[in-house]
Design a protein around this ligand. Sequence first.
Ligand SMILES: Nc1ncnc2c1ncn2[C@@H]1O[C@H](COP(=O)(O)OP(=O)(O)OP(=O)(O)O)[C@@H](O)[C@H]1O
Length: 306
Amino acid sequence: MTTLLDVRNVSKRFAMGGVFGRRSVDAVLDASFSLHTETPEIFTIIGESGSGKTTLARMILGLEDPSAGEILFRGQRIDRRAPRAERLEFMANVQPVFQNPFEAFNPLKQIERYLESTARRFLGTGDRAVIDRAMDEALQKVGLSLKEVRGRFPHEMSGGQLQRCAIARALIPNPPLLITDEPVSMVDASLRMSIVNLLKTLRDELKVSVIYITHDLATAYYISNRLIIMQRGRIVEMGDARTVLDRPEHPYSQLLKASVLSTDDAGAGKLDTDPAMAERAVATTGQAGRLVERDDGRSVRVYEEG
Ligand SMILES: Nc1ncnc2c1ncn2[C@@H]1O[C@H](COP(=O)(O)OP(=O)(O)OP(=O)(O)O)[C@@H](O)[C@H]1O
C-alpha cells in the first residue's frame, strides 16, 4: 500500500510567557498514524477542547512546524520553508475546511471571487471559460452550481450552503486529502447532517480522504472509518471507529462516550456522569504510558502492564 500521509512521532511544544516565568504547553505528544492512497477514508480526531486536535491539523497543513518527529505527504516531508512551487503543489493536494464559514468569507466580497482566486492560483490560468468550468464543477460536487452562487454575498446564504461553498473552494485543485476542523459545529443542527453526508459522498464517489476533527461522537460514529481519541495532547485510543466507540477501553474514551447526553437519560433526569469514571479518566491525564495494540486491532494507552 502507498502511504498518503505519514505522521511519525510528532510533538508540538509551545513556549508561553515572557522572559520571566517562562512556561511551555505540550499541545501534541508523540502522535503517529498514517493514511493510505488506495483506501480513502474518513479519519477522525476526537478530543475535548485543548486536547491538541487543531495543532495536529495545523502541522499536517504545514502551518506549524512539529517540535519533534516529522510528517510526510506522499513520502515528502512537509516543509513550511520549501520553495514556492513545491509549497503550491502541496497546498493543492492538502486542502483545509475551517469551522466557521462566515469567518472564512469576507462579508463584503462575493463568494465566487474566492472560488475564482483559488482556481486562478491552482489551475495557473486566467482563462475565464476554464475558471468558470472549474468553479461550476466544484460547486456541482457539493450540490450547488455556479448559477446559484453567482453574484451572491455570504450573508445571502445559510451556514450550510456557505460551508458547501467552502468545501467547493477546497475541491477546486482536486485534492486527495481534506482537513476539516469542526466543519459542522457552526452550522444549524438541521443542516449538519447534509454536510456530514457530503463528506461521506466525497470519500465514496470522489475517493477523497478526509481528516475530520470534532468533539461530536455521534457524527464521528456515523461517518468515520478510523479514529483517534486525544487527551491533553496524547492519543489514548486509536482504531476502527465502531470498535472503539461501541466499547471504548481507555477511561477517557469511556468518559467521552458516557458524557453524550441521551434523551432517555435526560428524560429520566440523569444528567451526571459516573464520578468514579470521571476520576479514572482524570487519573490518566498527563501520564505517558504506552500505546498497546489489542487483538481487535485497536491501540489503547496503558499505564501498567496491559
Ligand atoms: N499558538 C499557540 N501558542 C501557545 N499555546 C497554544 C497555541 N496553539 C495552541 N496552544 C495550546 O495548545 C493546547 C492544544 O490546543 P488546540 O487548539 O490544538 O486544541 P483543540 O483540541 O483543537 O481545542 P479546541 O477544540 O478548543 O479547538 C492548548 O492548551 C492551547 O492553549
